[in-house]
Every structure is written in C-alpha cells, then in structure tokens.
Design a protein around this ligand. Sequence first.
Ligand code: ADP
Ligand code: MG
Length: 583
Amino acid sequence: MAIHILSDDLAAKIAAGEVIERPASVVKELIENSIDAGATEIKVEVRGGGQRLIRVADNGCGIPAAEVETAFARHATSKLESADDLFRLQTLGFRGEALPSIAAVARVTLITRDRDEESGSEIRVDGSKITEHHAQGAPAGTIITVEDLFRHVPARLKFLKMPATEAGHIGDLLNAYALAYPHLRFSLVNEDRLTFQSPGTGKMFDVLVKVFGIETAKQMLEVGNWKSDSDSNLQLPPSNLQVTGFVSPPNVNRGNRKYMLFFVNHRWIQDRTLQHAVIEAYHTSLMVGRAPIVALDVIVPPDMVDVNVHPTKSEVRFRDTSMVFNAVQRAVRAALTANAPIPSITVGAPFPRQDFPPTPSETQLAINLHHPIPTSNFQPPTSQLPYSQPPKLPMLRVLGQIASTYIIAEGPDGLYLIDQHAAHERVLYEQLTAERAGAQVAIQELLDPAPIQLTLAQFAMLQANREALASVGFKIEPFGNQTMLLRAVPGLLKRGEPSVTLIAILDEIEQGEAPLEKTSEARLISSVCKSIAVKGGQVLALEEMRELVRRLEQTTAPRTCPHGRPTVIQLNVAQLEREFGRK
Ligand code: ADP
Ligand code: MG
C-alpha cells in the first residue's frame, strides 16, 4: 500500500480509541468536564451498560453559545493556553480531546446554557459530523447524551462485556469520584433505577458509608489527621505534601486491589507504586493475597506532578517519587499503629507483637518461616521438600499458635508449622466436595435473614452465580435495588458475618482465582472455601487447633491447600541440630 494520509474520519476514530475504551471512559470524561465546570450536582444515567445511552447532566457554568461548535473540535479546550500551564493545572481536563473523541465513535447531543447568557443551545454530532445546531431554552449547565457507542467501531463493540458488567465499571467509577469529591452530589441511574447517590456533605467518610456500607465504613481508619507535631510517634509529612483519607484495618480486607483508590489532587489515578507503599505499610499484618480498602488523596503542588503522561490522564509522574512513596507509607503506618489491636500471641508468655520495622533477626526468622521454598539453611540435600514429602501427615501434637496465623506442632520428626488458613481451606474443600457428590450439602437457615447491599458489579456477579451458590448452600433472594436477602448459608460456615463472607466470595469469583481447578464448579467451591476458612490473624483455642489438625490429617491431600500452596512446613530434628550448632 502506498503511503497516504488517513481520512479525517478514520484518524478521529483511531485517536478516539486511546481515550475511549469502554462506556466507563465516556462517563469519566463527561464527569470530569462537569467537575471542571464547577458543578455541584452531577447526574449520570445509563442504559444498556452505557453502550445504548449515557447521559450526564450538571449544574456547572455551561458553554457560551458562540463556543458550542468549537468544543467538539480536536484539541479545543478552555483550560490551557501555554505549555507552562500544564504545571499549574487546577482542572482535570486539558487535552481538548474528550468531546471530539466521543463524537467520533457515538451519537452525541449536547444541551447547554452559559450561566451568564439568556438562551442556551442544542447541538447534535454524529460520527464527528454536526447534524444539527440551534438555540434552545435550557437551565444553566450542561446535559450531554451519548448514544449507540461504538456502533461504527465493530472491533470495540465486540470487546464490550455484558451490560451489567459495563454498568458495574461505571458504578465503580462514580464511587471513586464521589470519594475524591465529597462536596459534590453524584447520582447514578441505571436502567431507570437510582443505584448510587453521594450525599455531597463534604466529608469523605459519608461517601464511604454509601460505597462500602456503614459496618465497613465504621471500621476504617482515618489517615493524615495530623494532630500535633509534639507527638514523637507521628512524623509529619513535608508541609507541601498532604496525604488524607481512609484505610481499612488489617482484618478488613478484600481479595483484590480494586478497592485501593488513589487520588492525586483529587484526580483518580492508577499507580502501582502507591499501592505498593500502602501494602508495605501493613507489613505482615495483612494476609498474603489480601488487599486493604483504601481511599487516599495525595495533595501536592501542581508543579510537583506531571499529569500529561497518558491519554486517559489516569497515570501521573511525580517529580520526586520516593518522597511521595515515603509520605504515603508513613501516613498509613501512623494510622495503623495509632489503632493497633492489643497484642495477641498465645504461645508462651505475653509478648509484644513486633511493630514496624522488624529487627533484623525477626526479619530473618519471619522470612525463613514464611517461605517453604528451600533455603540453604533449612533444606540440606538429605531433607525432603514439602512438595516431595509423603502426601499424608503423621500424627501431630499441637503446641500452640504463632502470630495468630500458624499452628505449631510436634511430630515424629521434629517441628511442624501449619498455616491455619490453608489447612482449613483444604479441610473445607474436601468436605464440601464430598457433600456435593453425595447431593446433600448441609445448610443452615439464618434466623435473621440478612439484607446485603451490593455494588453494581457485585450485584451482577451474584446474579450470574446465584444458582451455583445455591448448590453449595447459599440461599439468596433479590430484595430490590441492589440488595439481596441472604436466607441460608452452608453448614460449614461457622464463623464470621455471613454477609461479609458472601461479599468476599463474590470478590474471589470476580478475581478468577484458583486457576488450578479445571471446572467452574471446582473454582466456585474453592472460592467459597477460601472465603469461609479461618483467616490468618485469628486467635484459635488449643482445642480448635487440635480439631483442625486432626481433620487435616484425614484429608486426601493434607499438604496443600486447594490453590496449591503448602499447608505445612517442617523442620526436622537434624535441621534443628544444625541450626543450633550441635552437629
Ligand atoms: P478538555 O476537558 O480537555 O478541555 P473536552 O473535549 O473534554 O476537553 O472539552 C472541551 C471544552 O468544552 C472544555 O474545555 C470546556 O470548555 C467545554 N466543556 C465540555 N464539557 C463541559 C461542561 N459539562 N460544562 C461546561 N463546559 C464544558
Ligand atoms: Mg474534558
């Protein structure tokens, strides 16, 4: 093919592809425009997962009649004049790409009236072409309707997920923006039903209640509430950098990082470094594979951050990454230590739980015990790796618990450490599989059926898995408006709040864990067992530990959990002797 210039239409569609990936990207761009326009009320309406229709209405400043057409031109913006402005930005938008990109891949109707003008305008743009433009009476503010998204871009259309899933992404997006802008009132109407509304009180906590429910919100810890600089435990952040928001205590956690939300100057961003900083702040108190709930806003002077990194503006580059990393980590640690639970170790005399950072010897021990992977110290050539050991367990005598997470036991050949969570998962997995094979899953009717408020995404996940969940003992009924009524749970579920467990299972299913399992049934069972198993960090009575170990001994594969991780690591007498320099 000879080199030629792309047609305007094709070039516009290609450019749009960078900004508009799915319906939620449209909603993101439109609500950012509403926020930039100084709106205090932003109403979002969605049909067909946003593919059929997205409407965003705001009470912002509106667009002057003379500028309405320009707004749809590529690189047309009212927010930026010179390159220097990029480092003084107070707005979310600046690239002038959103409206032309959306109009290139959908049918757009814009009705707007500038606050200072008498009359408003209506303009229609279809596939980048203006098809209509006339004066129109309208309230001050802007209403944009986007219909038939990607109708002419079959490649994108094909990649869209089920409407409920796309609507779920939009729901997540509104949650995030409502947390970042607690003084604004956001609402989401999905298929004519109001599914989310933020109170607009100016308090992030009030939005947390709406997003995660009062029970979870109440447990969240406030970050960056720097009270006094005389308190030597609190290291103040550099005065030009502020970290504020909420994080969950270690025992309130999720199966994926979706609920770790970061904002930089209220801009919602994806940043692995910040995720890492926060996870590290929890140190070992968070179970492996679990993530906290986080909503943190990092406020920095605009010249310390480059927001022009990515077309969707969802990534930023800090001038001094390590300073931000440290500030976030310190702020989260301060919140966690200020609220640290009473030390709880049941082995031997009361012993203060290690705090951040651990001493070198503690680190050494922790590393060796946490990783059953061969290390030069613990795996001499003659010893057997956990994986190659005989599959069965010997009779074990339970001695106690370490870090409320590992059961310590003595066996015929030395010391055994059992991961209580992994062990319980294995026990539950075999029991539930056996019960299902015998077609008699034990269920437990709840005396008090529990209404569970779900996010849109969770609701969709539950709908899709309701039958499968019923087959393992969860009896669930729709209860209107993103709420489900939990009537019965598996008989195996002995601990914890049933509704919390159910949400954990939904998270687990969504994450698509348990890749080892071949059938979707086995994956579901393994998600259920993971969620109902006793967690790391839970104190167990000696009798409970004995019972758990006894049941583990009876399973067919006691040495691994259903996800393939080891349940037991062993230190044989020969290793102990070598460690103590006896041989
Ligand atoms: P950007 O936000 O990067 O400037 P957009 O394409 O998103 O680019 O919007 C183009 C321009 O249209 C904006 O700069 C703004 O002047 C105007 N505009 C868009 N949406 C709104 C709105 N909801 N209220 C007021 N003005 C708007
Ligand atoms: Mg914009």
